[in-house]
Ligand binder design. Structure first.
Ligand code: XUL
Ligand code: MN
Length: 343
C-alpha cells in the first residue's frame, strides 16, 4: 500500500462561512476532529498556535505551555503526532497591517511574541517545524510599505526565531496574494532567497501549497521540484485550484488531474517522506456540503493521492527514455494521458 504519511489541520473541517455568507455547518470540537482524522488515515495534525491554545493572547507564557500539554495528551490518545505549529498572524487586531512587516513597531513586537509562543507550543507538542504563511506580509496599497525594508524585516524576524530556539526549523509557505493584493514572498524562489540570507540557512526551508502556486501562475510540481533541488521541501499542502480566483483549497486532483499526478510523481521520484515529511492536505469542503458528510473532501484527497501514487509506480521509464531519445514528446504526452485515463 501507499508509503506516504498524511497530515491535516483542524481548520480543514470548518463551518463553511465565506466572504458573502454565514456559517452553514456547526463547529466540531477539536477532540472529535482528531478522532475522525485518525480513522480516515491521518497520522499527524497541523496546528495554528491558537488551534492548540485558543486563548493565547490572554495567557502568560507558562499557562500557554500548560494549555498545549493538554493537546499533546489528546494527540497521544489517538496515536497522532503534531507536524507543525504556525503563528496565526492575520486574525488579530494587532495584525491588521501585517505582522513582521507591519508599519507599527508595537504590532511587529506582537507578531514576534506570537512567533516565540508558537515555538514554545511546538516544543510541548514534540515537533520542530514552524510554518510561516505570511498572510498579510505584503500590501493592499503598493506605496504603503517600503518593499526593500519589508524583505529585510522578514529576514530579521526569521533570524530572531532561529535565535530563540536552536532546534526549530522554519518552513515558509509562499502565497502570491489573498488576503493582501501583493505578497513580499510570493513563490518558492523567494523562499529559497530569503532562506539563504538568514543566520542559519540550513534551518529555513519551504512548504508548498498547490493552490498557492496556481495562484502565482506556476506549476505546483515545479515549485516542489525547485525546493527539492535545494534539499528544502519540508512540507506540502496538496489541494487544487481552478485558475486565478480566490484561494479555493479544493480537494486534491479535483481540477487538474495531470498536474496532481506530476506533483505526486516529483514527490515519489525524489524520496519525499523518507526523512519523516508528511503529505499535508490543506483542503476545504464546499460550502454546500452537509454536516453529516463534512470530512469527505479529506478522504477523497487521500484516496486520489494514493491512486496517483499507484499510477506513478506504473510509469514506464523505458518508454519515456525512448520518447526522449526520439524527441517525440507528442508520443510521450499521449502515453501520460493513457496512463491516467486507462485502468
Ligand atoms: C492559507 C493557508 C494556511 C496555511 C497555514 O492560504 O494555506 O492555512 O497553510 O497557516
Ligand atoms: Mn496551506
Amino acid at each position: 500500500m501507499a508509503g506516504f504519511k498524511f497530515s491535516v489541520g483542524p481548520w480543514n473541517v470548518h463551518e463553511g462561512a465565506d466572504a458573502f455568507g454565514p456559517e452553514v455547518r456547526s463547529p466540531i470540537p477539536l477532540e472529535e476532529k482528531l478522532e475522525k482524522f485518525s480513522k480516515i488515515g491521518f497520522s499527524a495534525v497541523q496546528f495554528h498556535d491558537d488551534d492548540a491554545v485558543p486563548d493565547i493572547n490572554r495567557l502568560g507564557d507558562e499557562e500557554i505551555k500548560e494549555s498545549a500539554a493538554q493537546i499533546k495528551k489528546m494527540l497521544e490518545k489517538y496515536g497522532m503526532s503534531a507536524e507543525f505549529v504556525a503563528p496565526r498572524l492575520w486574525m488579530d487586531p494587532h495584525t491588521i497591517d501585517g505582522g513582521f512587516t507591519s508599519n507599527s513597531k508595537e504590532d511587529r513586537e506582537f507578531a514576534l511574541w506570537r512567533a516565540y509562543r508558537t515555538i514554545d507550543i511546538a516544543n510541548v507538542l514534540g515537533c520542530d517545524k514552524i510554518v510561516l504563511w505570511l498572510a498579510r506580509e505584503g500590501t493592499l496599497c503598493f506605496e504603503a510599505k517600503d518593499p526593500v525594508e519589508s524583505a529585510n524585516r522578514l529576514k530579521e524576524a526569521i533570524n530572531s526565531m532561529l535565535d530563540y530556539d536552536s532546534n526549530i526549523k522554519i518552513l515558509i509557505e509562499p502565497k502570491p496574494n489573498e488576503p493582501i493584493d501583493r505578497s513580499f514572498c510570493p513563490t518558492m524562489g523567494h523562499v529559497m532567497g530569503i532562506a539563504s540570507a538568514t543566520m542559519d540557512p540550513s534551518r529555513v526551508g519551504g512548504l508548498l501549497e498547490s493552490a498557492h502556486a496556481v495562484l502565482a501562475g506556476l506549476d505546483p510540481a515545479y515549485e516542489m521540484a525547485f525546493a527539492l533541488s535545494f534539499g528544502k521541501l519540508w512540507g506540502v499542502h496538496l489541494n487544487d485550484q481552478n485558475g486565478l480566483r480566490y484561494d479555493q483549497d479544493k480537494a486534491f486532483g479535483s481540477e487538474n488531474l495531470r498536474q496532481a499526478f506530476n506533483q505526486i510523481k516529483v514527490l515519489v521520484e525524489n524520496g519525499y517522506g523518507k526523512s519523516g515529511e508528511y503529505i499535508g492536505l490543506d483542503v476545504k469542503a464546499m460550502r454546500t456540503q452537509k454536516q453529516e458528510d463534512c470530512y469527505r473532501h479529506l478522504s477523497n484527497s487521500i484516496e486520489v493521492a494514493r491512486m496517483l501514487e499507484e499510477k506513478v509506480k506504473k510509469f514506464d521509464y523505458d518508454f519515456q527514455k525512448e520518447c526522449i531519445e526520439e524527441r517525440n514528446y507528442e508520443k510521450l504526452e499521449m502515453y501520460v494521458m493513457e496512463l491516467l485515463l486507462k485502468g
